[in-house]
Every structure is written in structure tokens, then in C-alpha cells.
Design a binder for this molecule. Structure first.
Ligand SMILES: Cc1cc2nc3c(=O)[nH]c(=O)nc-3n(C[C@H](O)[C@H](O)[C@H](O)COP(=O)(O)O)c2cc1C
Length: 214
């Protein structure tokens, strides 16, 4: 039976072909994060990012060096990471052409405009954090408060971005997302995914890994 399946798979693969391409971007599909930060005067900024991944309670992010977010992270060292779900994609997209940096950096000037009230424009609600100063995004069912541990340049000279490592100091999950008092229910969680500049959310549950406790 198994041998048959293997044979069918190799038959199906026999005629596939590949081409070497050089896409403008390599955004192969990662969750969107709304990162909130503050400047030295306490003014709040909010921006969508998607170059982020977690290992333990550390999160590593790729952030443009010319962004207000990067400036704030360097100056005040704190942020909140808010994870929108599929239903919030239009709010995220309203933030997409905005920057909190004034004047708008030259290489962004043709496509971006300055905005000081990003929460308002996106129709999102700031709520106080418990450990850090930047506010959380109330509409996001999963939110993390975090402190900057390091910032370093990316080794690719043409890419104007830095690699920021933060330590998560508090996690907030909305009650309807929590199962058995301490786990995020993966069946309830529908993160917004940014894949090759289009927005998606998760499809069906295919199964679980051997380490899943729920
Ligand atoms: C869905 C989405 C994902 C994005 N991902 C990133 C990212 O991972 N890193 C980054 O630096 N910019 C990312 N951007 C672009 C920033 O949001 C953009 O540069 C913005 O102007 C930054 O705002 P700020 O200057 O107020 O910090 C993304 C934009 C969108 C819409």
C-alpha cells in the first residue's frame, strides 16, 4: 500500500519543472504584528511589521532603519507586539502607507505620508500596558509587552534594516482564546498572515505535533 503511494508520488513529480527567479521580495508568509512604541516625549507610534519570530520569550524582528519604530526602539527601548487576526486586515492596511517619522524619509516620500495619530486612522483602540509604557491594541486578542535587548545591522549592505531582539515581559490573551486556563487555543487563533504582499488567514486544522498538550 505504502509502496503504491510512493510510486504515485514519484509519478506525479516526474513532470514538474522549476525556474530560477529573483522576486523583489521574499515574504513567504508570516503573521502580521502591530508594534507600538513611544518616543522620548511619550508620543505613541504604531506600525505593521511581519518579519518577526519567537524563540522562548525572545522575539527577533527585522525593522527598517529609517522607520519611526526603529528610532523609538533605540531611544526608549520598549514596545508592545499585538497580533491582529484576519478580520483586522483592513485596519492594518490603513496603516500601511503611513509613517510616524517627520519629515518622511526621502526613499519613502513617493509612497508614504506622515501621520501622528495612527491608532485613530486605523480605527484601533490603545489600552494601557502593565509593565512597559507603549500601549497595547485592544482589538488584538493576543498582545505582548517587551523590552529591547539588542539592535544590530543586517549584513546585507543594500538593505536598510536592523535586527532587533526583544524580551517578552508579559503576555495578554483574551479569555475566549484561552483553553485549560493557560494555553492559547489553536483552533480559535486565526492570525493575519502577510504572504507575498497579500493578506491571508489560516485555513483548516491539519493535525498537531507530538508535543502539543491540547
Ligand atoms: C503587512 C505589513 C508588513 C510589514 N512588515 C515590515 C517589517 O517586517 N519590517 C519593517 O521594517 N517594515 C515592515 N512594513 C513596513 C512598515 O510598516 C512601514 O515602513 C512603516 O512606514 C513604518 O512605520 P513607522 O515609520 O511609523 O515606524 C510592513 C508593512 C505592512 C503593511
Amino acid at each position: 500500500m505504502e509502496n503504491n503511494t510512493n510510486q504515485e508520488n514519484s509519478d506525479a513529480l516526474e513532470n514538474v519543472s522549476f525556474a530560477c527567479i529573483r522576486p523583489e521580495i521574499l515574504y513567504f508568509g508570516t503573521p502580521v504584528v502591530l508594534i507600538s512604541t513611544i518616543d522620548r516625549e511619550g508620543k505613541v507610534n504604531l506600525a505593521p511589521i511581519s518579519s518577526a519570530w519567537a524563540l522562548g520569550y525572545s522575539v527577533v524582528m527585522g525593522i527598517g532603519t529609517e522607520s519611526k519604530t526603529m528610532e523609538n526602539l533605540r531611544e526608549t527601548g520598549e514596545c508592545t507586539l499585538n497580533f491582529p487576526e484576519g478580520a483586522l486586515w483592513e485596519s492594518v492596511e490603513r496603516l500601511a502607507p503611513l509613517t510616524g517619522k517627520y519629515p518622511v524619509p526621502q526613499d519613502k516620500a513617493d509612497k508614504f505620508r506622515f501621520e501622528s495619530n495612527k491608532f485613530g486612522v486605523a480605527g484601533l483602540t490603545p489600552c494601557d500596558s502593565e509593565v512597559v509604557k507603549p500601549p497595547r491594541v485592544l482589538e488584538c486578542r493576543l498582545q505582548m509587552e517587551a523590552c529591547v535587548k539588542s539592535v544590530r545591522r543586517i549584513s546585507e549592505p543594500d538593505v536598510q534594516a536592523g535586527i532587533v531582539e526583544v524580551k517578552v515581559v508579559r503576555v495578554h490573551a483574551r479569555n475566549d482564546l484561552i483553553i485549560d486556563g493557560k494555553y492559547i487555543d489553536p483552533k480559535q487563533w486565526k492570525p493575519l498572515i502577510y504572504s507575498f504582499r497579500h493578506y491571508f488567514t489560516l485555513g483548516c486544522d491539519l493535525g498537531k505535533t507530538f508535543r502539543s498538550k491540547i
